[in-house]
Ligand binder design. Structure first.
Ligand SMILES: Nc1ncnc2c1ncn2[C@@H]1O[C@H](COP(=O)(O)OP(=O)(O)OP(=O)(O)O)[C@@H](O)[C@H]1O
Length: 233
């Protein structure tokens, strides 16, 4: 079975009298160690998929397998443990703790995971050894995002989920972050899933899942993903 397997997943929200179908029978797979991109316009349902994959929300129907476990059937308690131990999150606006240094931000995450990696090794792998004693406000946006990635990786997660990770960065810095995410999938065999509306990112992914209007429109496999350096946007 694929490492991540979403099968006929539905999520509906009630807004007063009306119902919004945010995910309308979503089905896709991602293999272990793949760098996958979920691409679609605003409102297509991408964050809903990510919230469900990350254990922040549960689907109304369907199944979501991660590493052979059906997380759609998890209790609240099981979801809490899953979020803590199995999933690393990277968001558009970093969400670092401002009064902790870069290293302390990473350490904090490593402390809640039983399977945590060595904090200094992770800091080195994202190229931040020199800046580890700086506070977030003393770091550039790209450096702060690298701290956020280190924080997510320190837990040694099964899944790294990234919500518009380059959305707040300029092109060159965004490329550095994408290179880091692509390398993470390759070197750590971590399954990385990025959601974005930026179609320029698609050629560098191993698999692209196009979502439109709450449904999967197309799934494209890239047998030869492009290097980040060859991508223009
Ligand atoms: N908690 C919620 N309550 C009500 N409606 C919601 C909720 N979360 C999402 N929606 C609706 O579900 C639909 C899909 O939203 P979602 O955030 O998943 O899209 P998206 O593709 O991530 O968009 P964006 O790129 O703008 O974040 C939208 O119509 C949104 O308004």
């Amino acid at each position: 079975m694929s490492y991540v397997k979403v099968i006929d997943e539905y999520k509906r929200y009630t807004m007063g009298e009306s119902e919004i179908v945010a995910n309308n029978g979503i089905t896709f797979d991602v293999e272990q160690g793949q760098f996958a991109v979920i691409l679609g316009p605003s409102g297509a349902g991408k964050s809903t998929v990510l919230n469900i994959l990350g254990g922040m929300d549960s689907p109304d129907e369907g199944h979501v397998y991660v590493d052979n476990k059906d997380i759609s059937q998890y209790s609240k308690k099981q979801l809490t443990a899953y979020r803590r131990e199995d999933v690393g999150f990277v968001f558009q606006f970093y969400n670092l703790v401002p009064n902790l240094t870069a290293r302390e931000n990473v350490e904090l995450a490593s402390q809640i995971s039983p399977d945590a990696l060595d904090v200094d090794e992770v800091m080195e792998s994202v190229g931040l050894t020199e800046r580890r004693d700086n506070f977030p406000a003393q770091l550039s946006g790209g450096e702060q995002q690298r701290v956020a990635i280190a924080r997510a990786l320190a837990k040694n997660p099964k899944l790294l989920l990234c919500d518009e990770p380059t959305g707040a960065l300029d092109i060159e810095t965004g490329k550095q972050i994408l290179r880091l995410l692509q390398n993470t999938a390759r070197e750590f065999n971590t399954t990385v899933i990025v959601i974005t509306h930026n179609a320029q990112i698609a050629p560098m992914a191993d698999r692209v899942i196009y979502i439109h209007d709450a449904k999967v429109k197309e799934i494209v496999e890239n047998p030869h993903p492009r290097s980040v350096d060859d991508i223009e946007w």
